[in-house]
Design a protein around this ligand. Sequence first.
Ligand SMILES: [Zn+2]
Length: 95
Amino acid sequence: MKGKHIPMRTCVGCGSAFPKKELLRIALTPEKELKIDPAGKLPGRGFYICPKSDCLERAIKNKNWAKKFNLVPGQDLISALKEAIGEEEGKVGED
Ligand SMILES: [Zn+2]
């Protein structure tokens, strides 16, 4: 039996690769707005981040990903990300 191919993506915070489903996707809409895409279904370009506040802090500081997309992450997005990541982090031992 062959192992299943697991799609890997790189976190913009820590720069490590993880299975796509373990990361949170942020999509860039054609209007150049960033949207959190928990289902990974929004069309267009996007990037991935670990659902960890550490990685979020690092991503906010290094901003390489923002340069790549030629945009500035607004306070709105940062707050929304913090909220989304906080929820993910809070999911411990939940059934
Ligand atoms: Zn990370």
